[in-house]
Ligand binder design. Structure first.
Ligand code: HEM
Length: 204
C-alpha cells in the first residue's frame, strides 16, 4: 500500500524519539550555538589595557617633585611675561617667599574647586602649576625667585580659556590675597603685572 507524504510525516512526528524531534532539537542546538557566539562577540572585553592598545604613553610623576614631565623648553625669567618690581616693600606685604607661595597654592585650590573654571584644570598637573605660579608671583613681586616655567602663550595653548574664565581666576587670586591680608594697593600691583598677559592666556 502507498503511504502519502502527509501521513508519513504524522507518523514520524508521533513516534517517541522520532526523526522529526531529532531534527527539531538539532536546529535549536545550532541556533543556541550561533546566539552564544554572537553574544560572546558583543560582550565587552575585560582586562584590556586600552592605553597600550592605542599606543598612549603612560605619564609617570617624578618621584622627587611629584610632577609630570613636560615637553622640553628654554627656561628663562622672560617666560614670566613681565619685568619684576624692585624693592623690599612689596615682598614684605605678601609675607615673603613663603607667603607668596601660599597665595599661589590657594589660588590654584580655589580655581580647581570653582565650578566656573574647574573643567579647565581637570587632568592638568596641579603640583607643577602651584610651583610655577608661586615662582612667577615671587619673581614678579621682586622677592628674589627665578621663574622656571613655560611662557604664558605656550602654557595656555589649547586650553580654550575665555575672558570670563580669566575674570574668575583673578577673583580667586583676589580672595587668596584678601585672606592673606595683603593690602589692597599691593594686591593691585600684582594684578597690574598680570593684566597685559590676558591676550596670551585666553583664546576667545
Ligand atoms: C594672567 C593670568 C594667568 C597667569 C599669570 C597664569 C599662570 C600660569 C603658569 C605660571 C602656568 C604654568 C606654566 C608651566 O607649567 O610651565 C600656568 C598653567 C596653566 N594655567 Fe594659567 N595663568 C593665567 C591664566 C589662566 C586661566 C584664565 C586659566 C583657566 C581658567 C589657566 C589655567 C591654566 C592651566 C590649566 C595650566 C596648566 C597647563 C598644563 O599643565 O599644560 N590659567 N598658568
Amino acid at each position: 500500500m502507498q503511504t502519502s507524504d502527509r501521513s508519513l510525516h504524522s507518523k514520524i512526528s508521533a513516534a517517541p524519539f522520532s526523526l522529526h524531534n531529532w531534527l527539531f532539537e538539532d536546529e535549536l542546538l545550532i541556533k543556541t550555538a550561533i546566539l552564544t557566539l554572537f553574544l560572546l562577540q558583543q560582550a565587552p572585553a575585560e582586562n584590556v589595557d586600552w592605553d597600550k592598545e592605542f599606543g598612549v604613553e603612560e605619564r609617570v610623576r617624578d618621584p622627587e617633585t611629584g610632577e609630570f614631565p613636560v615637553e622640553p623648553y628654554q627656561q628663562s625669567n622672560e617666560n614670566a611675561g613681565a619685568k619684576p618690581f624692585q624693592g623690599e616693600q612689596l615682598p614684605a606685604a605678601f609675607g615673603g617667599r613663603e607667603g607668596i607661595q601660599k597665595i599661589a597654592d590657594r589660588t590654584v585650590e580655589l580655581s580647581e574647586a570653582d565650578p566656573r573654571i574647574s573643567d579647565i584644570f581637570v587632568s592638568h598637573d596641579m603640583v607643577r602649576l602651584k610651583r610655577t605660579l608661586g615662582e612667577q608671583f615671587c619673581y614678579l613681586l621682586g622677592a628674589g625667585c627665578d621663574y622656571s616655567g613655560r611662557d604664558m602663550r605656550t602654557a595656555h595653548a589649547g586650553l580654550g580659556a575665555t575672558k570670563a574664565d580669566l575674570n574668575a581666576l583673578v577673583e580667586n587670586l583676589q580672595k587668596a590675597m584678601r585672606e592673606a591680608k595683603v593690602p589692597f594697593a599691593d594686591q593691585n600691583k600684582l594684578l597690574s603685572k598680570l593684566a597685559p598677559m590676558s591676550k596670551d592666556v585666553t583664546e576667545r
